[in-house]
Design a protein around this ligand. Structure first.
Ligand code: GCB
Length: 615
């Protein structure tokens, strides 16, 4: 109440009472694994939209609850006569393309970080005994979904998919779905309120409807058995196929014809059919030979075929072993920003441009910063033989002191791992980027790293650390959170945020005895801006930073990979130097419209010659 009487100093303080009621954790929504390999009815295309401007009366009630008497009802105003009624109408509202952020589609919404409602009509013919799910690939940041006036789900998190069950709500003929998407930054959000990228709002990834039998395969994990017994040529596959709502003893088949695997399994009381089967003639997945196998699973009336690669990834001392062989990770950071056209990357074309650039660079690795990207990206990585660092958006200042943030973080981690655990390309789960070194943070992230390891014991866990404090020519990483990790990432910007580029030449590093990935370095350059190497913002200065970084990196004995920041220039709300930045972070090896800078060619050559770092 007091807050109502004082002017809003910041958006944050104005909206906090309203959001208080949202503090209770929403249950984890269903998440159907391998949905892109199922027959789904796409709901992509034109959706009507209405902006619900602050104080977001259509989405939230005055007490902060979700308003089920608002736009979710999709009523139409009585224009002719009779009682006054609702003052909105989707039927005559303009449209937005889905998938797509609203920012790059409607000039007036470019900087809008509030609520937009989406509506779409669709036809359905529900069949008795069948179940239907509405799949949302991602909606940034919170979303509330109504189908035919009933709220079917709520979801928080801008980069992971969720599936809302709509069985029983659908009827034969025309139906509608309304989604209220709120892109407001939250102190207790993940990420929190400050971050160096653009807050693209809306239904940013594909939306579809999928119809399944009463009991169906919702989750599976098929991987090369991980453990001390692993030997090339003597391989075994293990994992599980989970059948949702199946009674114990339900039959499940798993077959990988090209690998000679045909297994008949039975579910346990939880619907889980665990397995371990010999598959000794497997061709293992690697960047040189990214072999994928057709993996078919069936149970009752449900069947599904995915394409999965098999490989072993592990850490031994300071080395990273892929299929028992030490590897050096030659990579780059990538944001989910569509090159050329701009906006959130979410279609085959965007993914082809990004992977085209990575392959041209001679990269075998990519850090998908700083959150899970569209599933097309990890699929493309599987096919292209590019290893992946996958991250959840614990970026810098997160409200680590709030228990509800930990609950949300675990939900996000689960969604990320569940969606991508069958991707051979994904070799690392990262739980954070540049978080402050204090005991609250360390306890929080140590628990989260352990949770990641519990959810997936087959992959190493990592995080990126910020070491701006390189003193007297010595770089150190003295952070207790490193104890919880298998692989260490370090972000440093010698030659840009600190010191001159050549200072790197004489820096010595004192590091934990774990594999190190230099997960960020670089400097800003506007493509086409030329001058002496000492002049900031030129391609020459950026190239000079890279040269001196290579000299430094070559001397770090623990170095097992590098991902300079960043492949393409990307939009960020914090980069506001006119002419030079114009709203873009310019640390790209390429500009946002695909112009290669000098640094691109330098790195391309270094990767070709394996000039920096050893496996
Ligand atoms: C960092 C962050 C990254 C930023 C980058 C920069 O350390 O991890 O998200 O965009 O620096 O350009 O400052």
């Amino acid at each position: 109440p007091i807050l109502r009487q004082i002017p809003c100093l910041a958006m944050l303080f104005c909206i906090s009472p309203m959001l208080a009621a949202f503090g209770q954790q929403q249950p984890l929504q269903t998440l159907l694994v391998g949905i892109d390999h199922r027959d789904a009815v796409s709901l992509d295309g034109d959706w009507h939209y209405l902006v619900d401007q602050f104080p977001f009366r259509a989405l939230y009630t005055d007490s902060g609850a979700i308003n089920d008497r608002g736009y979710g009802r999709n009523t139409h105003p009585n224009i002719a006569s009779g009682a006054h009624n609702d003052e909105y109408d989707f039927a005559t509202a303009p449209t937005l393309k889905v998938p797509g952020d609203w920012n790059t589609q409607v000039p007036q919404l470019f900087n809008y970080e509030g609520v937009v409602f989406y509506e779409k009509d669709f036809d359905a013919q529900p069949k008795p005994g069948a179940r239907t799910f509405l799949h949302i690939g991602a909606a940034n940041y919170r979303s509330h979904v109504w189908v035919n006036q009933k709220r079917v789900c709520d979801h928080e998190g801008g980069f992971t998919p969720f599936d809302c069950e709509v069985t029983g709500v659908l009827h034969a003929g025309s139906n509608y779905v309304v989604v209220g998407v709120d892109a407001t930054r939250l102190v207790d959000g993940i990420p929190s309120t400050r971050y160096d990228w653009f807050n693209y709002g809306g239904l940013t990834r594909d939306v579809s409807l999928v119809t399944l039998p009463a009991a169906f395969i919702d989750d599976y994990d098929v991987h090369l058995t991980h453990g001390a017994t692993w030997q090339p040529g003597n391989t075994e596959l293990s994992g599980y196929v989970h059948v949702l709502d199946a009674p114990a003893g339900t039959a499940v088949t798993l077959s990988i014809p090209e690998a000679g695997v045909h297994a008949s399994l039975k579910t346990d009381a939880d619907g889980n059919a665990a397995f371990a089967v010999k598959a000794s003639k497997l061709a293992l997945w690697s960047p040189e030979s990214p072999r994928l196998y057709k993996v078919s699973m069936a149970s009752g009336a449900d069947k599904l075929t995915d394409e999965i690669g098999f490989r072993d990834i592990r850490v031994e001392g300071t080395r990273i072993l892929l299929n028992g062989k030490a590897v050096f990770l030659k990579g780059a950071n990538v944001h989910a920003e569509a090159p050329i056209r701009g906006g959130r990357a979410n279609n085959d074309q965007d993914v082809a441009v990004i992977f085209g650039a990575l392959k041209e660079l001679n990269a075998n690795f990519v850090r998908m910063a700083h959150y899970p990207h569209d599933e097309r990206m990890t699929r493309a990585a599987d096919r292209n033989g590019v290893m992946v660092w996958s991250e959840i958006p614990n970026w810098q200042q997160i409200a680590f002191d709030r228990p509800e943030v930990y609950v949300k973080d675990v939900a996000m981690l689960k969604e990320t791992i569940r969606r991508d655990r069958n991707k051979a390309s994904v070799i690392l789960w990262s739980v954070s980027n540049e978080t402050p070194n204090n005991s609250t943070r360390t306890a929080f992230l140590t628990n989260l790293a352990n949770e990641a390891r519990r959810l997936d014991p087959t992959r190493p866990i990592t995080s990126a650390f910020d070491t701006e404090h390189i003193k007297d020519g010595v770089g150190t990483l003295d952070d207790p959170f490193t104890n919880a990790l298998d692989v260490i990432g370090i972000n440093e910007y010698l030659g840009w945020y600190t010191g001159a580029p050549e200072a790197a030449d004489s820096v010595r590093w004192i590091l934990p005895r774990k594999p190190l990935i230099m997960s960020e370095f670089g400097s800003e350059a506007k493509a086409g801006n030329h001058g002496p190497a000492t002049q900031r913002w030129t391609e020459e200065q950026q190239a000079s930073v890279y040269k001196h970084q290579f000299a430094m990196l070559s001397k770090i004995s623990e170095l097992r990979g590098m991902t300079p920041w960043v492949l393409f220039d990307f939009r960020s709300t914090t980069r506001n130097i006119p002419v030079l930045q114009d709203g873009y972070n310019r640390k790209g090896l390429l500009s946002e419209d695909g112009k290669k800078k000098q640094s691109f060619f330098l790195l391309q050559q270094a990767y070709k010659d394996n000039a920096v770092g050893k496996p």
